[in-house]
Write a protein that binds this ligand. Structure first.
Ligand SMILES: *[C@@H]1O[C@H](CO)[C@@H](O)[C@H](O)[C@H]1NC(C)=O
Ligand SMILES: *[C@@H]1O[C@H](CO)[C@@H](O)[C@H](O)[C@H]1NC(C)=O
Ligand SMILES: *[C@@H]1O[C@H](CO)[C@@H](O)[C@H](O)[C@H]1NC(C)=O
Ligand SMILES: *[C@@H]1O[C@H](CO)[C@@H](O)[C@H](O)[C@H]1NC(C)=O
Ligand SMILES: *[C@@H]1O[C@H](CO)[C@@H](O)[C@H](O)[C@H]1NC(C)=O
Ligand SMILES: *[C@@H]1O[C@H](CO)[C@@H](O)[C@H](O)[C@H]1NC(C)=O
Ligand SMILES: *[C@@H]1O[C@H](CO)[C@@H](O)[C@H](O)[C@H]1NC(C)=O
Length: 485
């Protein structure tokens, strides 16, 4: 059996060599085979800072950049997930893991894997790979398009799989240009690009002090220099201008909203809420973005028995603005509900979810400076799908400390921060205690884990089936040799 090992290895090396396309430029692409067209494209410009720390002291650090030599490209293409891996010779791997949902919405996260002993040397004798992850999932928009961000972004990775307690690791990337596509790459070319939000919104020049000292009203307006979505060519690096960082902006107030009825507090929602609304201004196709905080003096109302299976919370503010959350219990059917009712006697609530979020109000000039909307235009924005998952009966409430964005149609977003919410509550308590269901954006994201598991499983399957194939061939050849003797 000893001879099979070198044979297997050399086949593996050949296999990998066939898979890897070695690039030294900025455009990295992955193709499934030598003849195939690339299925993942990434035109990136980044610098990655890595450091190992102990007791708050940096022991050793390192830098890798997209301009480094001998960066190898590996990957995996699939209908729902795709992975691009840049392998640096120094024991650093940078991954872009793409995901596509059934509705064609693509997203990705960045991961960094380091082998400390190789990267940092003797000072950090850890041989196991350590994985750090971008704490945010980036929405890339329609998966049939590419995603482009010519605005520098600093990504501070957080530990995901760190197996040592002897050291802490820091990984910070400065991604100054990014143009990626993980799905639907045709003829090796990028499709038309969707621009990142940062490229579309730049803070209006020197906002007046006054607008920051009235936190209860529409606070900040950001200019939208909206480039049409049909930009095809990637701008050259000389055309990128770093966007000025927004000056410290005010925060929306954190507030508790409750709905009471029949001696119970059926809904309690605590959050700092911001509405981002795109509105038209003078000039063809020109829009601006209004950032509106749900103010401190808002009122809550609602209905604990909107129907047998739904409840709602209505937050009222300004003259006639109403932000409504509809909660629906997700019982299968009448029989199911009777049966589950028997079990639920011990539980505080049935399984439920936020089924809809709707914002209505009239467009006042002071909320939308320079708008071409006639005064008093009635606005309605409704969520198409809610990103809030089901809350199971075994969890007391839903929690998302990270900022969570929910689309209220194409022109408005509801952003919540420090969200805690419970509905179908059966006691009078408005506080949040007991086990919570947590959003993916908070640490220990299930979405992130899926990415890695998919990647590892696919990688392992490919390698294992190849090893099996090679071993079979070796055995067959040996048999032939044996028969020849
Ligand atoms: C790692 O960081 C944590 C939190 O800052 C700290 O408590 C811990 O002591 C650090 N570990 C080492 C080995 O420096
Ligand atoms: C994505 O774009 C394609 C082609 O432009 C279009 O047919 C499809 O409806 C879009 N999907 C979504 C979810 O917007
Ligand atoms: C990130 O990179 C860009 C372009 O190279 C540079 O202008 C910017 O200063 C960098 N930012 C940081 C924080 O290093
Ligand atoms: C892809 O790009 C190449 C080079 O720019 C161009 O010649 C080719 O026509 C493009 N293919 C498609 C389908 O656009
Ligand atoms: C803004 O106004 C506050 C209070 O009126 C004042 O203390 C502060 O200096 C002003 N800031 C600027 C940048 O003008
Ligand atoms: C709640 O909704 C139901 C059904 O629409 C209605 O009959 C009831 O009067 C409402 N209760 C309150 C307090 O508004
Ligand atoms: C904005 O705030 C001022 C003073 O705090 C208040 O008088 C006014 O009614 C507010 N406007 C809206 C639309 O709530």
């Amino acid at each position: 059996m000893d001879q099979t090992k070198p044979v297997t290895l050399s086949f593996l090396v050949l296999f990998l060599a066939a898979c890897l396309s070695i690039t030294q430029g900025k455009l990295f692409s992955y193709k499934a085979s030598e003849e195939a067209e690339p299925c993942i494209l990434a035109d990136v410009d980044f610098t990655l800072y890595l450091a190992a720390e102990r007791q708050g002291e940096t022991l050793v650090d390192a830098l890798v950049t997209s301009e480094d030599e001998n960066i190898k490209v590996f990957g995996n293409c699939g209908p729902y997930s795709a992975i691009l891996e840049l392998i640096f010779p120094t024991g650093v791997n940078w991954f872009l893991t793409f995901r596509q949902e059934d509705d064609q919405e693509a997203s990705y996260i960045q991961l960094v894997q380091i082998t400390p002993a190789k990267l940092f040397g003797e000072a950090v004798p850890v041989k196991d790979p350590q994985v750090l992850s971008d704490p945010h999932i980036t929405d890339l928009g329609n998966a049939t398009k590419s995603y482009e961000c010519p605005v520098p972004e600093i990504v501070e990775y957080e530990p995901l799989t760190v197996t040592t307690t002897k050291f802490n690791f820091t990984a910070i990337a400065n991604v100054s240009y990014l143009h990626v596509q993980g799905f639907n790459v045709i003829d090796g070319n990028f499709s038309t690009s969707v621009l990142c939000n940062a490229a579309m919104t730049t803070v209006s020049p020197t906002p007046t002090n006054a607008s920051f000292t009235t936190p209860s009203n529409a606070s900040t307006t950001v200019e939208t220099t909206l480039a049409p979505e049909t930009t095809t060519a990637a701008p050259t690096s000389t055309s990128m201008k770093p966007t000025p960082k927004p000056t410290s902006s005010p925060e929306p107030p954190l507030k508790l909203y409750t709905v009471k009825g029949d001696g119970v507090t059926c809904i309690a929602l605590q959050a700092a809420l911001t509405l981002d609304i795109k509105y038209p201004v003078q000039g063809k196709g020109k829009t601006k973005m209004a950032k509106i905080f749900v103010p401190e003096n808002s009122k809550s109302s609602g209905n604990c028995s909107l129907s047998a299976t739904s409840q709602d919370l209505v937050i009222s503010f300004f003259k006639d603005w109403k932000l409504k959350f509809v909660f629906t219990s997700t019982k299968a059917n009448l029989l199911g509900s009777v049966l589950s009712n028997l079990n639920e006697e011990k539980q505080n609530h049935p399984k439920y979810k936020i089924s809809q979020i709707q914002l209505v109000g009239s467009a006042e000039k002071e909320l939308f400076p320079g708008t071409t909307w006639p005064a008093g235009t009635k606005l309605t924005f409704t969520s198409t799908k809610s990103d809030f998952p089901d809350v199971n009966p075994n969890k007391a409430y839903y929690k998302c400390s990270s900022s969570l964005k929910t689309k209220l149609g194409p022109n408005a977003d509801l952003k919540s921060q420090q969200l805690e919410v419970k509905a179908f509550n059966r006691d009078n308590k408005a506080d949040f205690s007991g086990p919570s269901a947590n959003c993916a954006a908070d640490s220990g994201s299930s979405k992130k884990k899926t990415y890695i598991i998919i990647g590892c499983v696919l990688g392992a399957v490919v390698l294992l089936s190849f090893i099996a194939f090679v071993v079979m061939r070796v055995i067959r050849r040996r048999r032939e040799e044996y028969h020849r003797l």
